[in-house]
Write a protein of this length. Structure first.
Length: 262
């Protein structure tokens, strides 16, 4: 009974979203913080987002932008992704959307959930944009002569799920993130925490299917507190995402997902 009370308490405090996709980075995970969640082997995700500048460029003011990505879980222990963010710069007589910021992402599962111990969390090591480098003069690059490091980070993530049969599933997440971005103040190591909640009601009527498609998330991503939700349609092939970065700046996205092989 005491354990159930504790879990219910954390579920309310961290009331959050999907065990599915981190649309800001185009990977599996929470809204912005990395988690140890990974899709089943053979899952392919193709998506596009519209991002508020607070979500896309947390280190300097700018403009709203768009992004698109392709992600694949090649093995049960390996996920890779390719992500493109449209860029706009206001120097050298260049106008809106003058380039695309390209980045690669990967997640490597170190330990599956429940391995040798029922309380063992899933453990994942991951990296976003790990190969980007800066120009020697530390200027912003828009021509491939260096990197912008807007999304560069490395992390170790832990995830544990708690399920109540025919009721809901709550995922709890903890990460240690090393940001390695362009600005000196953006290079640091910090913890992040969050949770996600998804109903699992039995039955096949419209109301039950409708509520089961909803995921709700909340997180502290080592920089800010964010809330959001996703909704799955058509046997979870189409996913809609919405986020309030810092609980006030909206971003949203659409994703198509299939499982190509098992």
């Amino acid at each position: 009974m005491f354990r159930k009370l504790i879990l219910t308490f954390w579920g309310c405090v961290l009331f959050s979203l999907p065990l599915s996709a981190q649309f800001i980075y185009g990977t599996s995970g929470s809204l912005r913080m990395p988690t140890a969640d990974m899709n089943p082997m053979g899952t392919i995700m193709l998506g596009a987002n519209h991002l508020d500048w607070q979500a896309s460029q947390p280190r300097r003011p700018g403009y709203d932008t768009d992004s698109y990505y392709l992600n694949a879980t090649l093995f049960p222990w390996l996920e890779v992704g390719y992500y493109m963010m449209l860029r706009s710069e206001t120097f050298k007589h260049m106008s809106h959307y003058v380039s695309q910021d390209r980045s690669f992402h990967a997640k490597l599962r170190l330990c599956p959930e429940g391995y040798h111990w029922s309380w063992m969390p899933q453990i994942v090591f991951g990296a976003n944009d790990p190969l980007t480098h800066l120009k020697s003069n530390d200027e912003i690059s828009v021509s491939g002569q260096g990197g912008n490091n807007h999304l560069t980070r490395f992390y170790l993530a832990f995830t544990k799920h708690f399920s109540w049969q025919n009721v809901a599933t709550i995922g709890t997440h903890l990460s240690v993130i090393k940001y390695a971005e362009k600005a000196p103040e953006a290079n640091y190591v910090r913890p992040a925490a969050g949770a996600n909640f998804r109903f699992a009601t039995p039955g096949e009527n419209f109301a039950q299917k409708a509520i089961n498609g909803l995921d709700i998330m909340a997180e502290y991503d080592a920089r800010s507190v964010n809330i959001g939700a996703s909704y799955a349609l058509f046997k979870e092939h189409f996913w809609f995402f919405a986020e309030l970065n810092r609980c006030q700046y909206p971003s949203f996205g659409l994703q198509f997902r299939i499982r190509a092989y098992k």
